[in-house]
Write a protein that binds this ligand. Sequence first.
Ligand SMILES: [Ca+2]
Ligand SMILES: [Ca+2]
Ligand SMILES: [Ca+2]
Length: 296
Amino acid sequence: MFGLCSRRSRAQCLSSAPPAVEVLESRRLLTTFNVNIFNDSVDANPGDGVAEDADGNTSLRAAIMDANALPSDDVVVLANGTYVIEIPSASGADADDDLDIFAGSGSLTVRGNGPIATTIDGRSKFNTVFDVAGKLRLEDISVTGAKFEAISSTGGELTIVRSELSQNGSGIDVIDAVVVIEDSTLNNFRPGHPIIDVRNTSGAHSEVTLINSTISGGDIGIETEFPNVINLYNTTITENKRGFRNVNPQLGNPVVTAQNTVISGNDLLNRIDGEFNDLGGNFFFVGRSVAGAIAR
Ligand SMILES: [Ca+2]
Ligand SMILES: [Ca+2]
Ligand SMILES: [Ca+2]
């Protein structure tokens, strides 16, 4: 309230300002957890605002567990090094296996020092590294070592900035979710899966936006099924078996918008059915085009 009062007369301030308790109730406090060990461990008391395991250390998982239990928007800060995920599956929740990001607990930002300096490694033990039902933002980080997709986002909001997904089974499963990938690289995947697999189950659509990013080294760069929204800006999809695939047109077609984007240098022709908004500067190599999509 000090800021409001400092810009008004004291009389105005006293008459117009809401009671302080209302402001405090509506404010989302931000909690920051600084991770100080590379090993995997569980939080001793989720929701107490202290992300410490039984030994008093703050692991990545302990920080996420406490963030999940707090309604606030939270930030987890990682240093240089490799943070491993290796507690075997038991309960299926955030205390073991992959790192679950719960819905309804505010947003979570996990921040490293760049994808070369900071890595989260699933060590090929689990299907995924992150399982996102809530809101997750990854910044300046590398995610590796998932048997299947590095990140599964079901009904969540996922943002990836200045980061890299590499050496996973695949990249991201998007189901009824909103995903934004900016200044990032997704590469080096195992055969058999799309790097970004966009679907929906409920009649709602998923939306995926890539900005200044690269997808390469996989079976399929982006595969979409049902009427999803795909936005591509200054993005390159290359050196995959297939760059873009609309897998099941009878179930609906996507709306694709692209600008300054290259889908080329993939082994097989790409398939872009449905509505295509060409904002210019694109180079696509497509096998079939409808509704104004270009074929070159
Ligand atoms: Ca705790
Ligand atoms: Ca939270
Ligand atoms: Ca888990």
